[in-house]
Ligand binder design. Structure first.
Ligand code: FAD
Length: 310
């Protein structure tokens, strides 16, 4: 029995979501191997080999894998899938795009968004926007899994010395074509990997106020910025900052929610945060029910005070 983790990477380094997936793979039992599929990705393969607990890195390097097209990544996984009992993807955009293709081709059920491993064939996953946890048992010979990264601690990125085995890259399936990528540039930590997040809601009232109130607090704390969907829909913040069921799933220490009511769809994305701080002027706001620290106050008054005090 061995598990294959599909690495999320940028060809030179390994993204942190991979480390959480490695921890989930270790819990499945058996050896853990990591597939690094890319082009010019020797740096990422070396980084994967240093992850503690990884026994082998399978490195596929070629033009077909340059842009991470899901069709080609899935084909690469299938090319080496024989012999693995578990194939795990981080539940990121990449993982969620490639995993179903692999599961369908292997004719097995995908087990999505797991947050706990109860045994080699037993997994927990949140359902109903995180309001219930389903325990699922899979009878499939191969388990194709996506891993909710906030459910597992990150494996230690150093200390390992796995062997790196090179395999041939698959031929481009020509089912899709890479057209372009628009990346938002920011000096801030990436939202899903951030250790501190300051998040703003509808209460901010405008993009200008969001910028004026939330940004300086995030700057002081070296935090990433998040937002509720109401704030995003109103144009106060860009939609890549949305936290929640239809946004990003985060688990920082701490998550500071300012002017956010705590709708279940928002909490689905942040309730696993290690420490939750809520600032809201309504004592009945649901966010207080999960907050470790609650400040019942007008955010326009207390956030600037907080910034001055820091
Ligand atoms: P509101 O609910 O309007 O809350 C604003 C809060 O600010 C209130 O609690 C109020 O008391 C407080 N407030 C007002 N003025 C001040 C002040 N001066 N100082 C302090 N506090 C103040 N939402 C998400 O966030 N993420 C998602 O991914 C998401 N996905 C969804 C998916 C579906 C299918 C659906 C139906 C909804 C989804 N939503 C999501 C929307 C969600 O239901 C809520 O509408 C949204 O989260 C509300 O955002 P909010 O808390 O900013 O606004």
């Amino acid at each position: 029995m061995s598990a294959l983790v599909i690495a999320e990477h940028d060809n030179t380094s390994i993204k942190s979501a991979t480390l959480n997936a490695v921890t989930a793979a270790q819990a499945c039992g058996g050896d853990v191997h990591v597939l690094v599929a890319g082009q010019g990705a020797a740096g990422a393969a070396d980084a994967a080999a240093r992850i503690s607990g990884v026994a082998k890195v399978v490195h596929a390097d070629g033009q077909s894998l340059k842009d991470g097209l899901a069709e080609n990544v899935a084909a690469q996984v299938l090319a080496i899938a024989g012999g693995y009992s578990h194939i795990l993807f981080p539940a990121t955009a990449m993982g969620k795009s490639a995993a179903p293709r692999v599961a369908a081709k292997l004719d097995v059920c995908q087990i999505s968004d797991i947050t706990k491993v109860g045994g080699p064939d037993i997994f927990e996953r949140p359902i109903y926007a995180g309001n219930a946890i389903a325990t699922v048992q899979s009878g499939d010979a191969v388990k194709v899994i996506t891993v909710r990264t906030t459910g597992f601690d990150a494996a230690v990125a150093t200390g390992g010395s796995a062997v790196v085995e090179t395999v041939a890259a698959v031929v481009d399936g020509a089912k899709s074509r890479f057209v372009g990528r628009e990346l938002s540039k920011s000096d801030r930590p990436e939202l899903t990997a951030a250790k501190i997040i300051v998040s703003g809601g509808r209460a901010l009232g405008s993009a200008e106020k969001f910028q004026e109130i939330i940004t300086p607090l995030a700057d002081k704390l070296g935090a990433a910025i998040g937002a509720s969907r109401a704030a995003v829909d109103a144009g106060y913040a860009s939609n890549d900052l949305q936290v929640g069921q239809t946004g990003k799933i985060v688990a920082p220490r701490p998550y500071i929610a300012a002017g956010i009511s705590g709708a279940i769809q928002h909490m689905a994305g942040m309730k696993d945060s290690k420490v939750i701080v809520a600032i809201n002027k309504d004592p009945e706001a649901p966010i207080f029910s999960i907050a470790d620290y609650g400040l019942e106050a007008d955010l326009f008054q207390v956030v600037p005070e907080l910034i001055n005090a820091l």
